[in-house]
Ligand binder design. Structure first.
Ligand SMILES: O=C[C@H](O)[C@H](O)[C@H](O)COP(=O)(O)O
Length: 225
């Protein structure tokens, strides 16, 4: 699996050119992309500025010597490359398995180009086997949990390694929804968008135009919309 993640990470880095502002995604797949950019900065004098999507990626990029700017310090982001937890046939996806969905969605929204990298196992016919992360403000989150429960969403607060409720980089909690199958991603996204207390959710519908998929035969497939 890791070899496929590395393969797509390196492939995506080929889209990065001198002078670009690059959104750096989060997760085990995006980490290979960031590592390859770090290599090119060090060995090929690649001139880029990175905008990170989590504290974890920020630490990795700093360690690698990739120049960074805050999202509000750049006029626009030329390209963002990120991983995904599930991608369906319409290139809608679930993200947030690593709790970075809010920063990831903001960075993606202000990116001119947006690419996902994933191994074959992430490609699905229908979203929902992967629990859908919903980032919620702490105030009133028990009420929200009960609402999700009533709606039949099978909610569960995400916990950290110490067994406490996880707190995201933005200071919120995450409620994972165990839905099994999301019949209408657009409808569910609208409902969540309209629910008070929800800061953001992990449905990334119609945001990506290109997905670089690593196949089990070690080939790379580029799917475009
Ligand atoms: O919050 C985390 C992100 O959305 C990740 O991009 C996503 O979870 C995929 O991560 P990985 O590449 O580790 O499977």
């Amino acid at each position: 699996m890791n070899n496929l993640k590395k393969l797509v990470g390196i492939e995506a880095a080929k889209f990065v050119k001198d002078g670009m502002v690059v959104g750096l995604g989060t997760g085990s797949t995006a980490a290979f992309f960031v590592a390859e950019l770090g290599r090119r900065v060090a060995e090929e004098n690649l001139q880029i500025v990175g905008v990170t999507t989590s504290s974890v990626t920020q630490a990795q990029a700093r360690e690698l010597g990739i120049p960074l700017k805050d999202i509000d310090e750049v006029a626009a982001i030329d390209l963002t490359v990120d991983g995904a937890d599930e991608v369906d046939l319409d290139l809608n996806g679930i993200k947030g398995g690593g709790a970075a969905l809010l920063m990831e969605k903001i960075v993606a929204t202000y990116s001119k180009d947006y690419i996902w990298i994933a191994d074959d196992s992430k490609m699905v016919e229908h979203l929902g086997a992967f629990p859908l992360p919903v980032e919620v403000v702490k105030f009133g989150c028990e009420q929200l949990f009960r609402l999700f429960d009533k709606l039949g969403f099978n909610p569960s607060f995400r916990l950290n390694d110490a067994g406490e409720r996880l707190v995201t980089d933005m200071g919120n909690h995450i409620i994972d929804l165990y839905l099994e199958k999301i019949e209408e991603p657009a409808r569910l996204a609208k409902l969540l968008d309209e629910t008070v207390g929800v800061v953001e959710h992990g449905l990334f519908n119609d945001m990506v135009k290109t997905v670089i998929v690593g196949r089990s035969d070690n080939g790379v497939k580029i799917i475009t919309k």
